[in-house]
Ligand binder design. Structure first.
Ligand SMILES: C[S@@+](CC[C@H](N)C(=O)[O-])C[C@H]1O[C@@H](n2cnc3c(N)ncnc32)[C@H](O)[C@@H]1O
Length: 257
């Protein structure tokens, strides 16, 4: 069931994956794509309007019951699969807040590197590289949506483009965008040192070699001079009262994404 270009539609690929999971007794014979599929993490865009044809080595799979044996079968029998991770999609991978431990998914087999190319309203693209076993799950479309909201905020408010803070910067997309928007300096900060490593790499591959400072601490404890803008992007469900209070001490313009 391949297209002339050699790619298969994602529902056929997921059916193939589910069939192997049934044979390996990870899911029952009555399993359905909707209820029992592993989470597919990918560098490509999903569209509900068009069938999605996907290429070789383009899918990272996540499921709590995967085993080494299943991972090995998925990698060798399903050409679209590039990595198999064990873990619960319900947990926040990375560091959820100031007091949480850092959590990871287990890499059973393959390469967990994912590359997202984000379109922006500046006509320029931002490339974000992540390691899916240790960096949070966020599809490219969600990050693009955050960039649009930031863009609209800047368009609708007369902000001086001197210094901005990306207070919970993660992989760096928002701060990189602010630099591309013309801010003279962006202060990147994240509590998780693994995010800081990824940020440095992402700055480099986006061709940014100056105009920034990097801090690795809880935002609540960040000690920097006042800025013109502060962007806060916490994980869903995290209590941001203290974080917003701190942001308001640093600037009059706080954007909670
Ligand atoms: C939703 S993610 C940010 C996503 C980010 N905008 C990006 O483009 O990757 C939230 C980030 O907040 C960080 N974080 C959680 N609690 C924090 C805190 N108290 N201070 C600073 N960073 C924190 C996490 O490590 C994570 O990278």
């Amino acid at each position: 069931m391949k297209c002339a270009c050699g790619k298969r539609p994602i529902d056929i690929v997921m059916s193939h994956i589910l069939k192997i999971m049934m044979e390996e007794d990870i899911v029952p014979e009555t399993a359905t794509l909707r209820r029992n599929s592993p989470v597919p993490l990918s560098g490509f865009y999903y569209s509900s309007l068009n069938p999605q044809f996907i290429g070789e080595k383009s899918l990272i799979l996540l499921h709590p019951d995967f085993t080494k044996e299943v991972a090995s079968r998925l990698i060798s029998e399903v050409p679209e699969v590039k990595c198999v991770l064990k873990g619960s999609p319900q947990i926040t991978v990375g560091q959820r807040d100031k007091i949480s431990d850092i959590s990871h998914f287990e890499i059973l087999e393959g390469d967990d590197t994912q590359i997202n190319v984000m379109r922006t309203l500046l006509g320029d693209k931002i490339v974000i590289v992540k390691k899916q076993s240790k960096h949070h799950i966020e599809v490219a479309m969600t990050t693009e949506d955050k960039l649009v909201r930031l863009h609209n905020y800047l368009n609708n408010n007369n902000i001086k483009k001197a210094t901005a803070i990306d207070g919970m910067c993660g992989l760096g997309a928002l701060g990189i965008y602010l630099l591309k928007c013309g801010f003279e300096k962006v202060i990147f900060n994240d509590v998780n040192p693994e995010m800081i490593d990824a940020l440095k790499y992402n700055l480099e591959i986006n061709g940014i070699c100056e105009g920034y400072e990097i801090f690795n601490c809880a935002f609540e404890d960040l000690e920097v001079d006042n800025a013109d803008l502060c962007v806060i992007d916490a994980f869903p469900g995290v209590d941001v009262v203290e974080i917003v209070k701190k942001a308001e001490e640093l600037t009059d313009n706080v954007v909670i994404i």
